[in-house]
Design a binder for this molecule. Structure first.
Ligand code: ATP
Length: 195
């Protein structure tokens, strides 16, 4: 049975950087599980790579057709942004292994949908001070930095990824992203050990 390796962690913990490296690893041969978002595309992002950038109508269409697996809306500084996962034909867990990124909440929903044997958590951790510095450095590179939204996410993460919620989601293993290469190596070993 195929597996979905699902990367989670607070904002700027390195999910995207780790995803890109794992995705390149030919030996692992992981396919992408790309979710949808209604938030505007950031500089350097590409439609269908980090996310499918969609509108409310697409969300409604999936809901109407019974293809919506999970959806969550954040009240951001710029208005509501919805992130959602749909059973849109990307995933065929009978044959392949996949790599996805999400939240604890979406992980739990996907596990309900696909089952325990399919969903494998990859939880990333970074010390808060270091993480905030990385978030700020990343934001500064944007043409229009969204500092307020960055702060909102930093604070919201403290609740969303509380120890209680991590335990409730059944996360039993964590990967420390201090050094990116070492962190990726550890994850590769973990994936190989359960594949
Ligand atoms: N081990 C590391 N050491 C130093 N910088 C890192 C490390 N890992 C990631 N970064 C940098 O930290 C920033 C945040 O990383 P990334 O965008 O991968 O995080 P993310 O978890 O996907 O964030 P978000 O959820 O906010 O999109 C990026 O600028 C990235 O280059």
């Amino acid at each position: 049975m195929g597996k979905i390796f699902y990367i989670m962690g607070k904002s700027s913990s390195g999910k995207d950087s780790i995803y890109r490296q794992l995705e390149k690893d030919q030996e692992l041969g992981l396919k992408r599980l790309v979710i949808y978002t209604t938030r505007p595309i950031r500089d350097g992002e590409e439609n269908g790579r980090e996310y499918f950038f969609a509108d409310e109508n697409k969300l409604k269409e999936f809901r109407r057709n019974g293809k919506l697996i999970e959806a969550r809306t954040y009240q951001t500084v710029y208005g509501p942004w919805t992130y959602f996962t749909a059973d849109d034909g990307q995933v065929s867990v009978g044959n392949d292994n996949y790599l996805g990124i999400g939240t604890l909440e979406s992980f739990v929903r996907l596990r309900e949908y696909y089952g325990n044997e399919v969903m494998w958590p990859v939880y990333i951790e970074v010390e808060d001070g270091e993480r905030l510095e990385r978030a700020l450095a990343r934001e500064k590179t944007q043409e229009v930095p969204k500092y307020e939204e960055m702060c909102r996410r930093f604070l919201a993460d403290q609740n969303d990824f509380s120890e209680e919620n991590i335990l409730k989601a059944g996360i039993w293993k964590r990967f420390e992203n201090h050094n990116l290469d070492e962190c990726v190596k550890e994850i590769v070993n973990y994936i190989k050990s359960v594949q």
